[in-house]
Design a protein around this ligand. Structure first.
Ligand SMILES: *Cc1c(COP(=O)(O)O)cnc(C)c1O
Length: 396
């Protein structure tokens, strides 16, 4: 029977009571081996069946399994596979889907680790092209009969560019290319790509899903048979299994995801408006602002604009040092989606030289948005008024 409860209630009350003890939270089962009936399970991952009893921790384990079911439910997917980090989820999926002679389209602006990994796929005989996934014509023109993957991040880190998942799904449908959406920043509270025609959703659970900055994790969500083969052919052999203790922390985080995302969004709108009115700030990139170039798409598709924003300001790297010294409430640190506000400066020259290797038109496009560098702000759960005061003092 389909679950007719709201997404909000499913996030808060979706965890089944523990069948062994009736505990209202899921126990942490740390064991890596499970007693089985002799002959009941084959020794090879090839023998992995649907009704597999617990066998070995790298194949799956009870605490992680509860998290997988919770994540599938929140994204309206049939099933999910957890990994040890968001990078492990993304790379595990790409290695699973791509082989020699295949072609892949990857967003030219996305999480730096994914961009760097995708470029390295050339060594395996995979041809990778980087495209502006907000430009449907560019994606259409780049598709080939051998394209097996279109990899999109929306909103994209660090420019907060959006992609129209429904339109991309219409483009890729029936072409043999799987549409993968990294939905880490939006979370299921903002966007549910599987309901819009995407084939796979990727999350870094390290960010909003966990929410407290104390566990690394990743997940892929999709169709049941796709998840079964991903587990069998990718997770088990790569070995990047999620630790049950981390899974427990992430389960704890999911319970407050709706409340936290509402607060992250409220804080980010407040901080974004403040920055937009600040004389030192030249541009603010945030899908919750009317000035966002794809504001209409944001209103149509994002139910929550999340807590991540970037801004361009006079002073670049020198201003970054000043912020590092003068911020008291916000912290100068990488990552996003935590309870604390984190600020980090991403120099455009560095990004273009290392992670993105953009040139020509793509470089010109990126510089037009990011200037000499972007200050990325992951707005946390502190009082928005006090955050604005802290940023105001540090920017003087
Ligand atoms: C952080 C992040 C990743 C990588 O996740 P890790 O858990 O750090 O490995 C991938 N995609 C996006 C959008 C991210 O923000």
């Amino acid at each position: 029977m389909p679950d007719r409860r709201s997404l909000w209630t499913r996030a808060v009350a979706g965890e089944p009571p523990d069948p062994t003890y009736g505990a209202i939270g899921t126990p942490i089962v740390q064991a890596t081996s499970f007693v089985v009936e002799p002959g009941a399970v084959g020794f090879s991952a090839e023998d992995l069946g649907d009704e597999q009893p617990w066998f070995y921790g790298r194949w799956g384990s009870p605490t992680v399994r509860v998290l997988e079911k919770r994540l599938a439910d929140l994204d309206d997917g049939e099933d999910a596979v957890c990994f040890a980090s968001g990078m492990a989820a993304a790379t595990g999926l790409l290695l699973h889907l791509l082989g020699k002679g295949d072609h892949a389209l990857v967003s030219d602006v996305c999480y730096a680790g994914v961009a760097e990994f995708a470029r390295g796929l050339g060594r395996l005989g995979v041809e990778v092209a980087f495209v502006d996934t907000s430009d449907l014509e560019e994606v259409r023109a780049a598709l080939r009969p051998t394209t097996r993957v279109v990899y999109v991040e929306t909103p994209a880190n660090p420019t907060l560019r959006l992609a129209d998942v429904e339109a991309l799904a219409a483009l890729t449908r029936g072409t043999g290319a799987a549409l993968i959406v990294d939905s880490t920043i939006a979370t299921p509270m903002g966007l549910r790509p599987l309901t819009m025609g995407a084939d796979y959703v990727v999350h870094s659970l390290t960010k909003y899903a966990c929410g407290h900055g104390d566990a690394l994790g990743g997940a892929v969500i999709g169709r049941r048979e796709d998840m079964a083969s991903l587990r069998q052919r990718s997770l088990i052999h790569l070995g990047a299994a999620l630790n049950p203790a981390a899974a427990s922390l992430i389960l704890r985080g999911l319970v407050t995801l709706p409340l936290r995302m509402r607060a992250h969004e409220e804080g980010a709108v407040r901080v974004a408006r403040f920055l937009e009115s600040h004389p030192r700030v030249r541009r603010v990139l945030y899908p919750g602002l009317d000035s966002h170039p794809q504001r209409a798409l944001a209103i149509r598709t994002l139910r929550n604009t999340s807590g991540l924003l970037s801004f361009v300001a006079d002073g670049g790297a020198a201003l970054a040092r000043q912020l590092g010294e003068r911020l008291h409430l916000a912290l100068y640190a990488v990552s996003l989606g935590k309870h604390r506000t984190l600020v980090y400066y991403l120099s455009t020259d560095d990004l273009i030289r290392t992670s993105y290797r953009l040139e020509g038109e793509a470089e010109r496009r990126f510089r037009a948005v990011a200037g000499d560098g972007l200050f990325r702000v992951s707005v946390g759960l502190e009082s928005p008024d006090e955050l604005v005061a802290d940023l105001g003092e540090a920017l003087r």
